[in-house]
Write a protein that binds this ligand. Structure first.
Ligand code: ATR
Length: 272
């Protein structure tokens, strides 16, 4: 029997997760198919009832459902609870379990690019769902300091109540400086725009964007021109997806499989 998996989000139709998981299942010899479920926020509760009724085996969860979906699950693991967001669901003995693999995705993306986090100052733009998981992951690597700038200051303050970060007002962004800058806002998604100017970006050694549409965002383009090492948004996406595959299949995923998935995802983006 083929088990059914998918990504749930809104919008979701351009998600690259089906590329990762269908190839992953294939390479790992798993009988699974992975689709796309575009679900409006107001339909989330009924969609989860449908997931139960249909016996769907696993889901990736994307914006805007990562936080709201938690209340419809039977169990949420400790890490996802601490982060306050779920990006992965697995059916375990008929119950729906929530996990978070985004934080592993960010750590692996930095490791893969040979970027050290320990003892370095990190500036994060944005305090949404993705930002929380990123902060959780970074703290495990002992950075010197993390500053979070957010348009809605209250959300940066909220994040600072939970984790050891310094909340910053968006209006003070011109003063931002450090070694690593991570762009987690939706600015630049599908549009040639950047939340910070060249003047700010050039103060950093490494710039990462979690937006991957376009692959080289204006933010990354400016950063590269100013001599920063850049890390595109596909890297975190791929590594959080690999962790999901591990959860669902309980298999070790070899470097060979990871490299094949990476190649396929970059190919899919270039063909868009
Ligand atoms: P995700 O799960 O991708 O993090 P999210 O939780 O909706 O998505 O968070 C989106 C982030 O982008 C937030 O930090 C948001 O800022 P607010 O908290 O003020 O809403 C930020 N964002 C979205 N549009 C923005 C804009 N035009 N300028 C600056 N920040 C923006």
């Amino acid at each position: 029997m083929y088990e059914v998996y998918g990504v749930i989000g809104y919008p979701a139709k351009h998600s690259l997760s089906p590329v990762i998981h269908n190839l992953g299942f294939n390479l790992l010899g798993i009988k699974g198919v992975y689709g796309t479920f575009e679900v409006r926020p107001e339909d989330l509760e009924i969609a989860i009832k449908g997931v139960r009724a249909l016996g769907i085996k696993g889901l990736s969860v994307t914006a805007p459902h990562k936080e709201t979906i938690m209340k419809y699950l039977d169990e949420v693991d400790k890490v996802a609870l601490e982060i306050g967001a779920v990006n992965t669901i697995e059916k375990v003995n008929g119950a729906l379990w929530g996990y978070n693999t985004d934080w592993i995705g960010i750590i692996k993306a930095f490791e893969e690019n040979g970027v050290e986090i320990t003892n370095r100052k990190v500036v994060i733009l944005g305090a949404g769902g993705a930002s929380k998981a990123i902060v959780y992951g970074l703290i495990k690597k002992n950075p010197r300091k993390i500053e979070v700038y957010n348009r809605t200051f209250e959300k940066a303050l909220e994040l600072a109540k939970k984790f050891s970060v310094e909340p910053k007002k968006w209006e003070e962004i011109d003063k931002a400086s450090g070694e690593i800058i991570i762009q987690t806002t939706s600015v630049g998604h599908n549009i040639w725009d950047t939340p910070v100017s060249e003047e700010i970006v050039k103060r950093f050694e490494v710039a990462m964007d979690i937006v991957y549409n376009p692959l080289k965002t204006k933010f990354l383009d400016l950063a590269e021109k100013r001599g920063c090492k850049i890390i595109d948004g596909l890297q975190m996406l791929i590594y959080q997806g690999i962790e999901q595959l591990r959860i669902w299949t309980k298999l070790e995923i070899s470097m060979e499989v990871i490299e094949k998935i990476k190649k396929e995802v970059y190919k899919a983006v270039s063909e868009k």
